[in-house]
Design a binder for this molecule. Structure first.
Ligand code: PRP
Length: 215
């Protein structure tokens, strides 16, 4: 469905429709109602792209005209939205992943003075199958603090395959995530220029959570 460029575990989805959505999201004139709708469309495309790494095993199927080859998804899929802004991605992901996918919410708030991620909610199981595929969802990868805190939770549970999906990433955030977790895949709509002195992605799109929820 999508086109992409992948280097060292980072995939930038350069499909023109994704880039069109991203442009609308960047536009400061896009109102909340449109922003939220476009964010979900963008999420759907990025999650499709990220989930290319799912494993499907062969399984036959009967069409009205007879037998056909088919597949069935066999991975243990976990969706992990980082609250709040990751909820838009989770809504889209739940529409397209197998119905038995698990959703575990991770509540992290970035302290705007120190830029440290503060955990306020994490309701995770005691263990997950080691072969689980966890998709951590958050529109913004800025300093990387929030992503690393979320990834760490699943790493602590023994999960090896973790994939971060975001609309935008700063080079600083990608570097920090990969310094700590080199095996984590990242799928993004763009790698932007840099972080400003307040830790905001430039040019970015502003505060995704505020724009999705109108706050
Ligand atoms: C934003 C964003 C990420 C985080 C990125 O969330 O949605 O979760 O900051 O920054 P980082 O890479 O420097 O950690 P915020 O903390 O503003 O919370 P919100 O989603 O509730 O608005």
């Amino acid at each position: 469905m999508t086109t992409s460029t992948t280097t060292s575990n980072v995939t930038v989805c350069d499909h023109p429709i994704v880039q069109h959505y991203l442009t609308r999201l960047r536009d400061y004139q896009t109102p909340t109602s449109d922003f939220r709708r476009i964010a979900i469309q963008m999420s759907r495309a990025l999650v499709y792209e990220a989930m290319r790494d799912l494993v499907a095993r062969e399984a036959g199927v009967e069409t009205p005209l007879g037998p056909a080859k088919g597949v069935v998804l066999s991975d243990y899929v976990v969706i992990a939205p980082i609250l709040r802004a990751g909820l838009a991605l989770a809504e889209a992901a739940q529409e397209i992943v197998p119905p038995n996918a698990r959703v575990y919410h991770v509540g992290l708030k970035r302290d705007e003075a120190t830029l440290q991620a503060i955990s306020y909610y994490a309701k995770l199981p005691d263990k997950l199958p080691a072969e689980s595929k966890v998709y951590v969802l958050d529109p913004m990868l800025a300093t990387g603090g929030s992503a690393i805190a979320a990834i760490q939770l699943f790493h602590n549970l023994g999960v090896k395959q973790i994939h971060l999906v975001c609309f935008l990433a700063a080079p600083e955030g990608i570097k920090k995530v990969h310094e700590k977790f080199p095996g984590v895949k990242i799928t993004t709509g763009s790698i932007d220029s840099h972080l400003n002195e307040h830790g905001f992605i430039v040019p970015g799109l502003g505060d995704a959570g505020d724009r999705i929820f109108g706050t």
